[in-house]
Design a protein around this ligand. Sequence first.
Ligand SMILES: *[C@@H]1O[C@H](CO)[C@@H](O)[C@H](O)[C@H]1NC(C)=O
Ligand SMILES: *[C@@H]1O[C@H](CO)[C@@H](O)[C@H](O)[C@H]1NC(C)=O
Ligand SMILES: *[C@@H]1O[C@H](CO)[C@@H](O)[C@H](O)[C@H]1NC(C)=O
Ligand SMILES: *[C@@H]1O[C@H](CO)[C@@H](O)[C@H](O)[C@H]1NC(C)=O
Length: 359
Amino acid sequence: MPSLLLLFTAALLSSWVHLLIEANSWWSLAMNPVQRPEMFIIGAQPVCSQLPGLSPGQRKLCQLYQEHMAYIGEGAKMGIKECQHQFRQRRWNCSTVDNASVFGRVMQIGSRETAFTYAVSAAGVVNAISRACREGELSTCGCSRTARPKDLPRDWLWGGCGDNVEYGYRFAKEFVDAREREKNFAKGSEEQGRVLMNLQNNEAGRRAVYKMADVACKCHGVSGSCSLKTCWLQLAEFRKVGDRLKEKYDSAAAMRITRKGRLELVNSRFTQPTPEDLVYVDPSPDYCLRNESTGSLGTQGRLCNKTSEGMDGCELMCCGRGYNQFKSVQVERCHCKFHWCCFVKCKKCAEIVDQYTCK
Ligand SMILES: *[C@@H]1O[C@H](CO)[C@@H](O)[C@H](O)[C@H]1NC(C)=O
Ligand SMILES: *[C@@H]1O[C@H](CO)[C@@H](O)[C@H](O)[C@H]1NC(C)=O
Ligand SMILES: *[C@@H]1O[C@H](CO)[C@@H](O)[C@H](O)[C@H]1NC(C)=O
Ligand SMILES: *[C@@H]1O[C@H](CO)[C@@H](O)[C@H](O)[C@H]1NC(C)=O
């Protein structure tokens, strides 16, 4: 019965492929909440062996820095949420498909979208760890120890407790890159190209957080005269980091691997990417149709905007397949009145609006 054997082999192969994806994904820390540090028993290791998705090196780091794991999970979650915000109106909308592989197979393609995902989640980890240091949540770091900026006015104090972005950067580099550094592919192979791509994009994400951290100050002095200021280093809002990385996504560089095992521009007339830029090695699929083998979910059933000419417009979103129209009731606040003093009272109005979804 050769067909049965074939079926069996196929099942085996598909479960193996599934494992491969699963093993890849520290992002799953975002989906499966990590126990808080106070729950850990010092010296007990099972926590790290039970966390899904860690590579061997990441598991070792977990054992050394157990209390960091909840923040890595938080960072990954923040990255995923930001990705979903930035891509909400696009065909690929950064939706998560399950708890283990998180984004599913689309991440096997070395596309621009994959590049963004790596960058924004690495950025999330820097952000979460830097803040946790400042908040005194981690025993191995505290407030930022960045030197006083030279251009800070002399009479302003430098010394508030700042976000420890140096530590956050270093730790995220160690942890996030670990799984890439463990891989040992032949020089010049496609797989090695993908490793270099991931490393570059992880770095770009971390640097975005690092670069955008800025000085924040607070006034003191008699009745808010602001004669005295205390200043410290503060992370930028994560939304701004997301916006910046989205710009980097738009200008991402297409690369290929050379026989010597380095990434080079596909089109040598373009400018060389800096460590702050995103790079990709594969063209993006069009994400129009559901495809199990690429992991694309397709756009059938997605809401679209009939009048927009952008990516959220029905024409582009539905890939020319057309759309269905339906009416939906939207409840909004309306007839708002200001009452003395001091609140606003609104009524609820139901409005019937036309909505469109892709065929
Ligand atoms: C993912 O994990 C969370 C928390 O453990 C759980 O609530 C949720 O149902 C899971 N989702 C799937 C699709 O397995
Ligand atoms: C899925 O995508 C692959 C790779 O692009 C393509 O070869 C295949 O024909 C697609 N399958 C379907 C069902 O569209
Ligand atoms: C993202 O796309 C998927 C697949 O098309 C869809 O199921 C999901 O509802 C979308 N999410 C949002 C927030 O639009
Ligand atoms: C649809 O797109 C138009 C043009 O870009 C915009 O003015 C309008 O607010 C959008 N509608 C919705 C519901 O987003």
